[in-house]
Ligand binder design. Structure first.
Ligand SMILES: *[C@@H]1O[C@H](CO)[C@@H](O)[C@H](O)[C@H]1NC(C)=O
Ligand SMILES: *[C@@H]1O[C@H](CO)[C@@H](O)[C@H](O)[C@H]1NC(C)=O
Ligand SMILES: *[C@@H]1O[C@H](CO)[C@@H](O)[C@H](O)[C@H]1NC(C)=O
Ligand SMILES: *[C@@H]1O[C@H](CO)[C@@H](O)[C@H](O)[C@H]1NC(C)=O
Length: 648
């Protein structure tokens, strides 16, 4: 009963999000065709590559100076996050004027992250004082210690006199959300075009973007709360005034035939991050939507004005990935990633016997990446096996990385025709256009897959994906408190398949008798849901997976994180690559973009009879019953094993 109500509650919670999530996926799918055509520009005279050592610098700060490297100033494990502000960018202005955004920074920034705040323009000293006010305004006394972690640099970037400006100019921003997006209003009644900064509506809500090559007539849409007269085939210019939501304004203009909407903020208010709320998100918006600051001059000649949209690129300091919307949460997530990496490094520093399999090997196409490795003798003395896996990209920068969150599967065969040949040893999901993914996954239960001395490793993603570079080391070790004796592995229990109404019909109880000298029995499963029916199954729906032993012991895995708005963003500290492109923040069915799929392990020793035949039955449910999709069904990818630990 307890499980059941929890389950229903979670489903209800996800319903609202669902149509947004589904549309996001669909839109992204269409968008990709455009992205794929755009070759990344060749990089000449590249002076700074991610991963290369930072050079020394000294910066004057409001409080004194900041030097790197500097004896004692920075503890061993810390990160320095640089951010260059410009008030010419609506995105940048919104980042610091939104209280929610600054609060996310103050509350979330790890204590070992230093934030260096720079400003691009001549007004730098005023700009950083303003930022300091914004921070102090939301600062709770609880976190006054973070004041020491923020360094304000009152000189414009071009006056810094060190290598930092060059890096900023070289690492320009690309793609949606780039800082210097603008709108240009021109008219025979205006002596010069009016150029204003522009902030596009939240990427995963209003997903249609401006075609920056076009020009449109502009029409007065009033405050957007009531049906306008003349906006058909024009871009509707509406004010932020009126007692209706952004969604209402945009939806009303779209119904009236507008081809786009530009919302002008109230006098004295910066552009805001426009997004839908709750039920509104169920109605898709199919025209581009932006916000611009209060610009009364546009009104003076409104009926004669045309608009076109331009964008310029802007420097981004460290590769921070992609800011999906203007929030300093993205700074926090990137800083958390550095914490994750230092934890990973300490785990990698533990002694182990290494077996290199792939070293920046290209994985692409139907073949994926293949390597035959001779396994050293004596592997059976080890009880721990970890997969040290990194996914990177052909170029030096994130922009060379493949789009999409696809599964990557590692299969192994050490004895051709053996019962375990071709089983899955590990699974990951690609980080959408980021090259920093690195994970360590414990898969000791699968040591018995090494049942021969020449092992054939195959790593693959979908054949149509752009190439990834994979690095994989196997790490064998035996922690002091190791399991008694050796392991052996039964045949795999079950695999997934199309998640439709016959999904469970193909399963029946499987019989097994534990081998002699068994001391422990474990269920081990790697399960992920993909695709999208009308309920968002399997990627964004909550599915449950049941392994019933001997007809009475139910072992249940419920993916109740699926479809939650920050379900994956909340897991950066445990290995989710932050600030990917796409909608990496949402929880998925058993997985996250840019992360290994965590094996699920259950000790079922007490449920098993050691001397008689036992049964295990698997089935998978959506919403507490067999899936009944009306649309194209999703699918479940599952590898599951019964693991018998025997004393030697
Ligand atoms: C940023 O620009 C807006 C006009 O777009 C202005 O009202 C605001 O005061 C400026 N903010 C800062 C910090 O200079
Ligand atoms: C700024 O100066 C104050 C007072 O001298 C000092 O307590 C504080 O630690 C300084 N902060 C930084 C970031 O250096
Ligand atoms: C990977 O390959 C690079 C270049 O070929 C080589 O320098 C490096 O030592 C290799 N790393 C490992 C762990 O084998
Ligand atoms: C479910 O999918 C499987 C595999 O694609 C197919 O064979 C089966 O006919 C489908 N069942 C229904 C009810 O559509």
């Amino acid at each position: 009963e307890h499980q059941r109500s929890h389950f229903l509650f979670m489903c209800k919670l996800t319903v609202r999000e669902m149509s947004v999530l589904r549309r996001a996926k669909e839109m992204l799918r269409q968008r990709n065709e455009v992205l794929a055509l755009r070759a990344s520009p060749p990089r000449r005279n590249e002076r700074f590559t991610p991963g290369s050592p930072a050079r020394p610098f000294t910066l004057r700060t409001l409080n004194g100076s900041l030097s790197f490297p500097h004896g004692g100033a920075f503890p061993g494990n810390c990160s320095l996050v640089f951010h260059a502000f410009t008030n010419r960018s609506a995105f940048s202005e919104c980042l610091w004027s939104s209280e929610e955004s600054v609060l996310a920074l103050v509350q979330g920034i790890p204590r070992n992250a230093h934030l260096v705040l720079l400003a691009l323009d001549g007004s730098a000293s005023r700009d950083v004082l303003w930022i300091r006010d914004r921070i102090e305004h939301v600062m709770s006394s609880l976190r006054c210690e973070i004041l020491n972690l923020i360094h304000y640099v009152p000189l414009p970037v071009y006056d810094l006199g060190n290598w930092i400006p060059s890096l900023l100019y070289e690492w320009t921003c690309y793609d949606h959300g780039c800082d210097l997006d603008q709108a240009v209003f021109q008219s025979s009644y205006l002596s010069t075009p009016v150029v204003v900064k522009r902030l596009d509506a939240r990427y995963d809500w209003a997903m249609v973007h401006w075609d920056e090559k076009l020009t449109w007539p502009l029409a007065d849409g009033g405050n957007g709360c009531t049906f306008p007269l003349y906006v058909r085939h024009a871009v509707a210019f509406v004010t932020q005034a009126g007692d209706c939501s952004f969604f209402t304004k945009v939806f009303t203009m779209e119904k009236a035939g507008a081809v786009g909407v530009v919302v002008m903020s109230l006098p004295g208010h910066p552009p805001q991050d426009m997004n839908c709320k709750d039920e509104e998100c169920n109605t898709p918006i199919s025209i581009p939507v932006s916000m611009v600051p209060y610009t009364p001059s546009v009104f003076t000649a409104l009926r004669f004005v045309t608009i076109f949209v331009t964008s310029a690129t802007e420097g981004n300091l460290a590769e921070m990935g992609w800011f999906l919307y203007p929030s300093l949460s993205f700074v926090v997530w990137q800083a958390q990633w550095f914490d994750y990496l230092s934890e990973l490094e300490s785990r990698l520093a533990r002694p182990a016997t290494l077996l290199p399999v792939f070293n920046r090997t290209v994985m692409q196409g139907n073949e994926g990446a293949v390597r035959i490795v001779t396994v050293p003798e004596g592997l059976n003395q080890y009880t721990t096996l970890e997969l040290d896996m990194a996914l990177s990209c052909p170029g030096t920068r994130d922009e060379s990385c493949a789009p999409w969150d696809h599964t990557v599967q590692l299969n192994i065969c050490c004895r051709p025709n053996g019962p375990l040949c071709g089983q899955e040893l590990g699974r990951w999901i690609t980080p959408f256009r980021r090259q920093i993914g690195h994970w360590l996954t414990t898969v000791s239960a699968l040591l018995p897959l090494f049942d021969g001395d020449k092992c054939h490793f195959t790593m693959k993603t979908v054949p149509w994906a752009k190439s990834w570079l994979i690095s994989l080391h196997l790490r064998f070790s035996s922690p002091e408190l190791s399991q008694s004796g050796m392991q052996s592995l039964s045949i795999p229990v079950r695999s997934g398949g199309t998640f439709n109404s016959s999904y469970n019909k193909k399963y029946f109880p499987l019989k097994f008798i534990p081998p002699p000298t068994t001391v422990k029995v474990e269920l081990y499963a790697v399960i992920t849901g993909h695709g999208s029916d009308e309920n968002g199954c399997g990627e964004f729906c909550v599915t449950s997976h049941h392994f019933v032993v001997n007809g009475k012991f139910a072992n249940i895995r419920i993916f109740d994180n699926a479809g939650t708005p920050l379900g994956c963003a909340d897991q950066v500290l445990s290995g989710v690559v932050p600030n990917e492109h796409g909608t990496w923040l949402y929880g998925r069915d058993g997985w996250c973009d840019g992360r290994e799929v965590q094996p699920w392990r259950v000790d079922i020793t007490k449920q098993v009879s050691f001397f008689r035949s036992n049964t295990i039955l698997y089935y998978g449910w959506y919403d507490g019953k067999d899936p009944q999709p009306r649309l194209e069904p999703g699918y479940i990818i599952m590898s599951s094993y019964l693991v018998f630990y025997t004393s030697s």
